[in-house]
Design a protein around this ligand. Structure first.
Ligand code: GCU
Length: 615
């Protein structure tokens, strides 16, 4: 009697009938410790180029995953643990009876009821495994926004924070010849200490938003294979192989069959073998995006990647690609499908790349966070140079050490993932951050870290103008000494001044560096027409572009433009009915892919640029 009353009251408390699922049996035990998700087997591994799904043939764990919403986060609460005591077979929750979603996907796109949901959510899939001796099994997530806590057969593997970079766990010791249960608690809830934190002008798409895969590798595998032009050299390639274990004295090699060049080197005490090869590859460029098959090998492991070779540098007020001056004819874009939803597979961004090509672009600002690998690879294959960025966006907790560690880890993971991508020419560390000593310390430290990770690319941050007095805009951001190019966002004609007033403004930029305008533009509702003085009409936006381009063209050292933004995108900050309807309308193209009048203003500007003699 007591037991049945106990069960009834418990079921009443939960008001939901779910069968108890042993694979989540340990969630309460682990997550119950002090209310948070701690611990885990601590078997996280760095995700280098050796764990890239494009160069290996991993076992995909994409596909239908059962999911259980958990808005009250009961799965991580103390009392839940008590519900399992006394051997009571409770009806708690049952992944087998739960709905499924096709991973990778943001959950917001799965069901209208989830459009604004930020989590947490529990997701599970089962998979079978055939263990082979002397092999290593690595479980890799392309990205989970924002936080992921991962269990395998009820054992917590660990937690990851950061919604746009890969992470992985060594699960070798946990896999056997049986069916396994993989459970992820994904949580997109915003926190003040996070990166990004509470406010950002894009949709907070949550969930397992990029590929999940199991890599079946040799016991000791190549964790990293890197090869690129030595800084400032078009006839010397430098790179390395890093092994998964710090084993010295192992012979590693790199080979480019088409160039008939190769090199061998022994690994050092950290398991790293370094190469320096004299070679004159045909260079990667937007006009001719040239790639070579590069083969990395070490012991029983080997993989090959398609790598382009080029140099990118700044010299005075010029940006040099392969030693020749280049202008970043760019546009900004979010990693979003047209109409909304996270880009989840390569084809999801193809239309956007085609539109950028129509615009006459050779450069893309992939805002405001690392975009998916397929898009970065497609961009370089189609001849786009890329600005890649971590989401240190607006105001974050500049004095919080954990926040800094998070930013640094997201930077390392972004660089580690795309180090072999010739298209990526700019690492951007921040966007529109407010002035202050704590911010300067945070970001100048991060800039120095970036230079230790990769000496061969441009370091930047999208900043604000700084000081406007009358018609004079002076670039005063104190972080400019730490970056290679002066990049700032300006909205003359939209957030201040009228569309036709832009031409009277002049810029004072006290740095002998190239200038890239990382954002400018204004809103328009596709199909809304009227006088060019009326905001939200296509005519107003086109007028704004005309005057802005005239104004910006006068900047000495102007070396690039990435107007904000290629296409209208979802934002919870843009509700205005009949005008924004949940979308930021600064796109040159609507969320349906319809070109607005300003698209042609921008396209003609780049076309005219191409006709000018090389500077
Ligand atoms: C800022 C910000 C963008 C935002 C834009 C806007 O510059 O960097 O993320 O979308 O302004 O106001 O539309």
């Amino acid at each position: 009697m007591v037991k049945s009353v106990f069960c009834l009251s418990l079921i009443f408390v939960h008001a939901l009938l779910w069968a108890y699922d042993p694979s989540t049996a340990d969630i309460a035990k682990v997550v119950g410790d002090k209310g948070g998700l701690r611990g885990g087997l601590g078997c996280g591994v760095d995700v280098g180029t050796g764990l890239d799904p494009f160069v290996r043939d991993p076992i995909s764990l994409n596909g239908p995953w059962s999911y259980i919403l958990d808005p009250q986060d009961f799965g991580a609460a103390e009392f839940y643990k008590d519900l399992r005591q006394d051997g009571v077979k409770l009806v708690q929750h049952d992944f087998d009876r739960a709905p499924t979603m096709n991973v990778p996907t943001d959950w917001n796109s799965v069901d209208r009821s989830l459009l604004y949901y930020e989590g947490p959510m529990w997701l599970r899939r089962k998979f079978s495994w055939t263990a082979r001796p002397g092999r290593r099994a690595i479980l890799r997530f392309g990205a989970v926004n924002y936080r992921a806590d991962v269990w395998l057969d009820g054992k917590l593997l660990g937690s990851h924070e950061g919604g746009f970079t890969p992470f992985a766990f060594d699960v070798t010791s946990l896999l056997a010849n049986k069916t396994h249960s993989l459970v992820v608690r994904a949580d997109a809830t915003r926190h003040p200490e996070s990166i990004p934190c509470m406010a950002f002008d894009w949709w907070n798409y949550g969930g397992i938003t990029r590929d999940v895969a199991l890599f079946d590798l040799p016991e000791t595998y190549i964790a990293e294979g890197v090869l690129q032009c030595a800084k400032g050299r078009l006839d010397v390639l430098e790179g390395c192989v890093r092994l998964s274990d710090a084993r010295a004295g192992v012979t590693a090699s790199v080979k480019i069959p088409e160039l008939d060049v190769s090199a061998e080197a022994k690994t050092d005490a950290k398991g790293i073998a370094r190469f320096r090869i004299e070679a004159k590859p045909e260079l990667w460029s937007p006009e001719k995006p040239r790639f070579y098959e590069v083969r990395f090998a070490c012991g029983p492991d080997a993989f090959a990647d398609q790598i382009g070779f080029r140099t990118i540098e700044v010299k005075g007020k010029k940006i040099l690609l392969n030693g020749k001056q280049v202008f970043f004819k760019g546009v900004s874009l979010h990693n979003e499908k047209l109409g909304g939803g996270r880009v989840a597979k390569g084809s999801d961004a193809q239309r956007q790349l085609e539109l950028a090509k129509d615009l006459g672009c050779n450069f893309l600002r992939l805002a405001h966070y690392p975009h998916d690998e397929a898009t970065v690879r497609a961009a370089e294959r189609q001849g786009f140079m890329v600005w890649s960025e971590i989401p240190v966006y607006w105001n974050i907790q500049w004095t919080n050490e954990a926040t800094y560690a998070n930013a640094e880890r997201q930077l390392c993971d972004m660089v580690r993932r795309d180090v072999n991508r010739a298209g990526v020419v700019v690492w951007s560390l921040a966007n529109e951050t407010p002035y202050g000593a704590a911010r300067d310390k945070f970001l100048s430290t991060l800039a120095k870290k970036a230079r230790t990770l990769d000496m061969t690319r441009i370091i930047s941050m999208a900043m604000e103008i700084g000081d406007v007095k009358g018609d004079v805009c002076t670039i005063t951001d104190t972080l400019n000494p730490y970056v290679d190019i002066v990049s700032f966002n300006q909205y003359i004609g939209w957030y201040w001044a009228g569309a036709d007033e832009a031409a009277r403004f002049v810029f004072k930029i006290p740095y002998d560096k190239p200038v890239v305008i990382s954002e400018f533009g204004g809103g328009a509702v596709y199909g809304r027409h009227g006088p060019k003085t009326e905001r939200w009409t296509e005519e107003y936006q086109a007028e704004l572009y005309r005057f802005n381009l005239e104004m910006l063209s006068r900047i000495d050292g102007l070396s690039g433009l990435t107007p904000w933004i290629l296409f209208d995108f979802r934002s919870p900050r843009r509700p205005c009915p009949g005008i924004q309807d949940g979308f930021n309308r600064k796109g040159l193209v609507s969320e349906k892919g319809e070109k607005k009048l300003a698209f042609d203003v921008m396209r003609r500007f780049y076309e005219a640029l191409d006709r000018k003699p090389a500077r």
